[in-house]
Design a protein around this ligand. Structure first.
Ligand SMILES: NC(=O)c1ccc[n+]([C@@H]2O[C@H](COP(=O)([O-])OP(=O)(O)OC[C@H]3O[C@@H](n4cnc5c(N)ncnc54)[C@H](OP(=O)(O)O)[C@@H]3O)[C@@H](O)[C@H]2O)c1
Length: 196
């Protein structure tokens, strides 16, 4: 059983991802700033999936130390702080970047055209395997990933083949159709798709 740390598990995306992945054969460690909110998400999951291995954890670093896979379900602006906390314990681990680095008016990106949130996270975590996923999926979509009998596509980008395979399986567990779009630089396109 793989262990997944979900940072920002109390947020819209983090809680939706946590609930979806509770259906799979994963141990989930949920964390965010406010532990009470994370405990509420864990309790809610336990109601729907009583046998799910899910735990609210107060310490992001400890959760990431235990995890095989880390999901950064936090705003782009919080990633530097998160990276500083987890860098040593995230070595060689998959870190999933779901961020859309949108500006305040949602009509542009705060990142330069020659980079992306995922590539910036890779620079902050040079010894981790950053994979882009779920940024084109809305939080509300997790409740109904199948439309007219077809699973909605979820795009993935990354440079490590094994990590892409692992994340594809995770995306399938969440109910979506994984589409590997290319290397990590393709995140520039995937993130641009989310501008208004
Ligand atoms: N919403 C969507 O439909 C959607 C779709 C695709 C991608 N995304 C991306 O997903 C990410 C999360 O978006 P969201 O809409 O879920 O945001 P949200 O509802 O505001 O949730 C943000 C989460 O991040 C946590 N957080 C913030 N700063 C943190 C830090 N320094 N350390 C640990 N946890 C921290 C918050 O915890 P506390 O509440 O405890 O502070 C909360 O759990 C963003 O990067 C966004 O671009 C969102």
């Amino acid at each position: 059983m793989q262990t997944i740390a979900i940072i920002g598990a109390s947020g819209s995306m983090g809680s939706a991802l946590s609930k979806s992945l509770a259906k799979g054969n994963y141990r989930l460690l949920l964390c965010a700033n406010d532990l009470d909110k994370v405990k509420a998400v864990a309790a809610d999951i336990k109601k729907s999936y009583p046998t799910a291995e899910v735990e609210a954890i107060d310490c992001t670093r400890e959760a990431c130390w235990e995890a095989d896979i880390i999901i950064a379900a936090i705003p782009f602006g919080a990633e530097q702080e998160m990276a500083d906390k987890i860098r040593e314990v995230a070595t060689q681990k998959i870190v999933i970047s779901i961020a859309n680095p949108l500006n305040d008016t949602y009509d542009g990106l705060v990142t330069a055209p020659d980079t992306s949130a995922a590539e910036e996270l890779q620079k902050l975590l040079p010894n981790s395997k950053v994979v882009k996923a779920f940024n084109t999926t809305f939080a509300a979509d997790f409740a109904t990933p199948v439309i007219d009998g077809k699973r909605a596509d979820a795009f993935i980008a990354g440079n490590d083949g094994e990590a892409l395979q692992t994340v594809s399986e995770l995306v399938e567990t969440a109910g979506f159709n994984p589409v590997v779009a290319g290397g990590l630089t393709v995140s520039r396109t995937l993130e641009s798709m989310q501008q208004c």
